[in-house]
Design a protein around this ligand. Structure first.
Ligand SMILES: [Zn+2]
Length: 140
């Protein structure tokens, strides 16, 4: 993680009147160092194993801040549980979720992106963001 990124995080905390703490920083570190999609509890568990104790309230507040300031992306699946993923250096992609195993598969289709843009444009709009979640089952 480079310095400007860390400074950006400090700035964001300041704007929200939150202190820069090792706990909060370790949440950002965890997400930037690990590819994947993690819910709040598994982030807390991981940190606990590394001797960093973070309360649920702190974790959620920090994750909200990371989403608000574009450090990470939040997605809520059918189970209602929010999962977070790193957004630094991450290119846009959408998600496929296996309904049997919960596995999350990333995909990106320039064709779909273009079709969406065209549809919106057709109706006189431009897309600011979109969320695509495909729920899938392995072909047996
Ligand atoms: Zn993803």
């Amino acid at each position: 993680m480079n310095n400007s990124y860390i400074n950006g995080f400090k700035e964001a905390l300041k704007k929200e009147n939150l202190k820069f703490t090792n706990q909060r920083f370790s949440i950002l570190q965890f997400l930037t160092n690990n590819d994947g999609h993690y819910d709040c509890d598994s982030i807390i568990d991981y940190l606990k194993k590394n001797k960093i104790k973070v309360s649920k309230a702190t974790a959620y507040r920090t994750l909200d801040l990371l989403v608000k300031y574009d450090f990470c992306r939040k997605m809520v699946l059918d189970d209602g549980i929010a999962r977070y993923e790193n957004k630094l250096d991450a290119t846009h992609h959408d998600h496929m979720i296996c309904i049997d195993t919960g596995k999350i598969i990333e995909f990106m289709s320039p064709e779909i992106e273009k079709i969406q843009d065209d549809i919106a444009k057709d109706k006189g709009y431009k897309i600011i963001k979109h969320v695509h979640q495909l729920f899938v089952k392995k072909i047996s």
